[in-house]
Design a protein around this ligand. Structure first.
Ligand code: PRP
Ligand code: HPA
Ligand code: MG
Length: 175
């Protein structure tokens, strides 16, 4: 309708930016693995796609886990959260390894924000261990292990979603 304020995306509502480089992300994943190493061993890693694929590869490599499965969930379209859609569930083989409830399985995602995605996967695997690299306060109670907490009004920019670009000097009005 004319005159109505345009709806803000989750990223715009967040306000603060937290850009993460590949280097930083790799370091944070290794730090996460140090903590997980005290909790395991794990029979398999379940990556929540797509963001969970990158930390899952690093964590699985460090922990020596070779069985990796995915649960494919779509929610944010660019930066606005819609209804969650499970595009692919957990495989029968991974379910079997976790005794049907996820015991001994490690779920990995890049972050929890509102916690909606994590909640859905936890319902599928109630006894699994859930780890993320970053956590915002709303989603934090759902996670068993994470490395860095950022405020709810922060948007995390991952290296696979960003590229280096020119930034004008402050003097010329850059924010
Ligand atoms: O805690 P929530 O509010 O549910 O948000 C967290 C989820 O959102 C992002 O995934 P997204 O749905 O954007 O898909 P992607 O991993 O394919 O980028 C992120 O990778 C988490 O999986
Ligand atoms: O802060 C975020 N960054 C990137 N993707 C996301 N999906 C939910 N929250 C975020
Ligand atoms: Mg995701």
């Amino acid at each position: 309708m004319a005159g109505e304020a345009p709806e803000l995306s989750a990223q715009e509502r967040a306000g603060k930016a937290f850009p993460v480089s590949w280097d930083q992300f790799h370091r944070d994943c290794r730090a996460l693995t140090w903590r997980l190493n005290e909790v395991g061993p794990f029979h398999a890693v379940i990556a929540i796609t797509r963001g969970g694929l990158v930390p899952a590869a690093i964590v699985a490599r460090e922990l020596g886990v070779r069985v990796i499965d995915t649960v494919c969930i779509a929610s944010y379209d660019h930066n606005k959260q819609g209804d969650l859609q499970v595009l692919k569930g957990i495989s029968e083989a991974a379910m079997k390894l976790g005794g049907g409830t996820g015991k001994g399985l490690l779920i990995v995602d890049d972050l929890v924000d509102t916690g909606k995605t994590g909640k859905l996967v936890r319902e599928m695997l109630p006894d699994a261990h859930f780890a993320t690299v970053y956590a915002k306060p709303m989603g934090r109670p759902l996670v068993d292990t994470f490395i860095t907490e950022v405020s709810q009004d922060t948007w995390i920019f991952f290296p696979w979603d960003t590229a280096l670009s020119y930034h004008p000097p402050l003097r010329d009005g850059a924010a």
